[in-house]
Design a protein around this ligand. Structure first.
Ligand SMILES: NC(=O)c1ccc[n+]([C@@H]2O[C@H](COP(=O)([O-])OP(=O)(O)OC[C@H]3O[C@@H](n4cnc5c(N)ncnc54)[C@H](O)[C@@H]3O)[C@@H](O)[C@H]2O)c1
Length: 333
């Protein structure tokens, strides 16, 4: 198949593109190389992909509607996986405009372009952050989500709703993923697992918010990519739920699917695992809760399993060891 991946120079887009190329698909990757974090890492990911036959990079901003229409016409993909976004909770406190542009404007531009050139399946990334202040655990796709706690979550929730409207109006089959804290090799330098490893190896203290009293459903990137590749052929069909727990819309070929490990880990246990993998003790800088953060995330992954027969299972000992090994190799430290 010809698959268009947006955010192909990003952490998840890189891993997904690599997996799709290995499976023999052709991948057209779009990325604007946004300088939110080290652009050299994004360029290195793309350079890796460019070594594979079947990868075509396109460097531009998705909000550029004429260019996007031209690339879609030229590439004629059967499937679009939309991962490009402004991610991160803390950055949103100071730079809400980046979330409005890269999440709302860019995603709307993509949906409008796909309207003129429909695809067999459109899959788009949302986040566990949309569960906001919900306290009923584990989080289910059918839970009400109306309490986003930060601009990142609010813009992602809006893209779910805009995606639903397009799926309804245009009968465009659409799957919305809700990812739960993804980590692994080639990861994002703004995320805690990366920052902690970086600081511990350099002998700098690490900032631990809410005195470590937080839990996250950490999901290893290879498991996430496995789940995405299995969801590509699961095209939602209006009126055909797969199970009583299905989140399928009653009025559109649209569903939301959690992709998480379904086993939350205490932040301090996660840090202890990084200490084990690096062989160093962290200097802990205990801080109060950051505004906009949630205390705990926990995915119910029954729907993913009902759809694909698969559920993520890699534990943090294996996942962190793989990340730290990559870090040593990539940064030669
Ligand atoms: N990593 C996680 O833990 C996590 C958790 C939940 C949801 N997500 C979502 O998964 C997706 C991928 O996340 P990631 O961790 O790979 O992030 P990332 O920042 O590494 O990748 C996103 C990529 O999109 C590109 N991009 C941003 N705006 C663009 C635009 N307007 N036009 C073209 N390219 C643009 C960036 O340059 C970047 O390379 C995002 O939608 C994110 O919100 C990630």
């Amino acid at each position: 198949m010809k698959i268009l991946v947006t955010g192909s120079a990003g952490f998840i887009g890189f891993h997904l593109s690599r997996r799709l190329l290995e499976a023999g698909h052709a991948v057209a990757g779009i990325d604007a190389l946004v300088p939110y974090y080290d652009v050299r890492l994004k360029q290195a990911r793309h350079a890796r992909l460019e070594r594979e036959a079947g990868f075509t990079p396109h460097i531009f901003d998705l909000a550029d509607a004429p260019r996007l229409a031209e690339v879609l016409r030229q590439e004629a993909p059967e499937v679009v996986v939309h991962l490009a976004a402004q991610a991160g909770v803390r950055y949103a406190l100071e730079h809400p405009e980046s979330y409005v542009h890269n999440n709302l404007v860019a995603t709307s531009t993509l949906l409008e372009a796909v309207r003129h050139q429909p695809v067999r399946h459109l899959l788009m990334a949302s986040t566990s952050s949309v569960y906001g202040a919900n306290t009923a655990m584990p989080f289910r796709e059918t839970d009400a989500v109306s309490t986003p706690l930060n601009i990142y979550a609010a813009t992602k929730l809006a893209t779910e709703h805009i995606g639903h409207s397009y799926a309804h109006l245009r009968q465009q089959p659409t799957t919305m993923f809700r990812f739960f804290t993804v980590y692994g090799p080639w990861g994002r330098p703004d995320m805690a697992f990366f920052k902690f490893t970086d600081a511990i190896l350099a002998g700098r203290p690490i900032d631990i918010y809410n005195h470590g009293r937080m839990e996250r459903d950490f999901t290893y990137v290879d498991d996430l990519v496995e789940a995405i590749t299995r969801l590509i052929p699961c095209v939602p069909q209006a009126g055909a739920p797969v199970a009583p727990i299905d989140s399928l819309s009653p009025v559109a070929p649209f569903r939301v699917v959690n992709i998480g490990n379904a086993s939350p880990v205490q932040l301090l246990d996660f840090i202890a695992e990084i200490e084990r993998a690096t062989g160093r003790k962290a200097q802990r800088n205990m801080l109060p809760m950051q505004p906009g953060e949630v205390l705990k995330t926990w995915a119910d992954s029954s729907l993913l399993e009902a759809l694909t027969g698969y559920r993520p299972a890699t534990g943090i000992a294996t996942g962190i060891a793989a990340f730290v090994a990559w870090y040593h190799e990539y940064y030669a430290v």
